[in-house]
Design a protein around this ligand. Sequence first.
Ligand code: HAM
Length: 460
Amino acid sequence: MPKSKVTKPPVKADEKTAEPKKRSSKHPQLLRGMKDILPESQKYWNYVRKLVEQLAEDYTYEMIDTPILEETSLFTRSVGENTDIVEKEMFSFEDKSGTNVSMRPENTAGIVRAYIEHGMLDRPQPVRLFYWGPFFRYDRPQAGRYRQFHQFGFEAIGDNNPIIDAQLIVMCQSIYNTIGIPVVTQINSVGCKKCRKDYEQLFTDYLSSRKKFLCEDCKRRLVKNPLRVLDCKVKECKEILADAPHIVDHLDEECKEHFVKVLEYLDEADIAYQLNPFLVRGLDYYTRTTFEIWPEKDDGSQSALGGGGRYDDLTEMLGGRPTPACGFAGGVERLVISMREKEIVIPQPEPPDVFVAQLGESAKKKALRLVEDLRIKGIRAASNFSKEGLKYQLSVAARLRVKFSLILGQKEMLDKTILLRDMEGGSQEVIDYNKVYVELKNRLEKTKAIIQNRNNQIEE
Ligand code: HAM
């Protein structure tokens, strides 16, 4: 008999492709590259968010929210005018006052703007900030690439010590390790303004002699911003780049020492990394360390789960005082796709304490109040008022995994009582309605103690 093939459950289309269904003129549909995060996906999102928030708390990073809409010049001056993000991918428009605005394609620029604008230089340095939110890039949608996507990120502003870079990498790896996604850190150094100048000349000379083989975009980049050729994904350009001089071989003494220190700290922390001389990242603001977190088994698409690096010149580029900084951002959608592919099990949330079921109009009215009264007193009560039948309501209670249900019918209304049903054994007892809170609380505490006892015995 042929062996039956074990097939993994497919990753949901809404997570993976971001492709909308066929357009119909009958009703509005999702825009291309956008996606809904449906209730059944939220457990992954909540889990990642809680993990990131806990990590931020552990490493004393404080939450910051910046606006989705910023002046376009913020991104042209920081991310860079000749980068793909600014040239091709920004959602930009003129607002009603005639200001050129863009929906943020990333957050480092916005955070540095906020750092300067709110005088954070006067706070103890480094200022450690973290964020979570939506970002927008008008790119060609494909697996793991959307026009609206979400990032979490950490920025440490005001310290040039290489241990900051290493600690950020330790933090990032910890997220993926905790979740159970095997990753590898790719790392490089792109040096500083000074050492990059010499390298740029060397690199331009190398490319100029091969110009005719470059794609049209790269021919243009060669004149305007040669280093951006290193971001090119076109096969012919990649082949030319394979023999190009490496920036890491042309670092000045200070940058070299900084990079060596970052690597030493990573070795000390037992963090595995791969040196990648082509990792310049597609944004102009980087200096010295650049790094990306890749899935361990990369399928060739090199869809990084996250990336970051040092940006010591960015504060100055945006009009502030020179302030060294380093940061990282992770893509949430790509992480959730990996979690689903790896069938990562999310710890189930605690079920509600009780389900309130009712029969008849007057019981329904009373139950409405009871649910809210219990909630205010700290008992999480679930209900479903949409259907009348008791059987249906109890099936909802079972699905919610509650230990107890309260049942209020016409008889109980007349007697001023309520039924308390143990959902596991199915036994029911009549309780004085006025004592419902006390009785329920006792039962819940008893059940909790039994479970605790059982868990202790298992541990022993
Ligand atoms: P980035 O590499 O452009 O860096 O983006 C970081 C991560 O966001 C990517 O590795 C990827 O997981 C996710 N991402 C980017 N574009 C998309 C997209 N179109 N669809 C889905 N996910 C996407 C930055 O944004 C820098 N601001 C990171 C940083 C922080 N550098 C220093 N501090």
